[in-house]
Design a protein around this ligand. Sequence first.
Ligand code: GLP
Length: 261
Amino acid sequence: MEVLIRDNSDIGCVLGAKIIARVVREKPDAVLGLATGRTPLRLYQELIRQHREEGLDFSRVTTFNLDEYVGLPATHDQSYRYFMRESLFRHINIDQKRTHVPDGTAADLHAECRAYEQKIIDIGGIDIQLLGLGRNGHIGFNEPTGSLRSRTWVKILSEQTLRDNSDVFGSLEKMPRHALTMGIGTILDARRVLLVAFGPAKVRAVEQMVEGPLAGICPGSALQLHPRATVILDENSAAGLHYADHYRWIDRHKLAWQKYD
Ligand code: GLP
């Protein structure tokens, strides 16, 4: 796992955008796995800036989002389909038909999960999967103790996740209790994964993910199995790491072709 610690989330998000933009420049028909949540917003703003000011071209790019709440239609302002349209898709030249978000309103949710997996396989897999990290260590909506080999499935949201995400819904009662999410196995199949986690609220989850044992209790720790996982942190989220100096050392001694900034 490559751990990159930056001074603040702004610098971290610009770096994350640079990594994704490089994938798109090298492979114009890249398949991007995307994430929602507050953390990647600044990263998306930077991708939009690069599109507007530097001609970053998304016309042949395909995207697959990690997850969606069960029961929320695309028109609901808290659905992840809506979030992606407002935060990224409508600001760049992406073909909307190439953007995929699981359909939380599907009559047969299991069939929707299977079809989502198949679509990812049919296109040849995901080139780079962006991830955030839940305070309880979840990735996508894979809550603690779920299978580390899961495929896209229906998950029951934990109380902690409901509390963490309820502010944007107005109250906890208005929140869906279930979500469709790529499984951890689906995420690990991406050719590359890029996780961003900032701020003091993520300190314990980051410590467990990077330095804890590989364990279902911290779904993010599954990234330890991935041959090409990059984690971008700020000083706050990295504060609990015992080997922070080691990660900084590695970062400083990279060969020219291994450097991002
Ligand atoms: C949600 C999403 C996750 C996201 C997490 C963290 O539960 N399903 O994909 O990583 O929240 O969100 P935030 O970045 O807002 O802290």
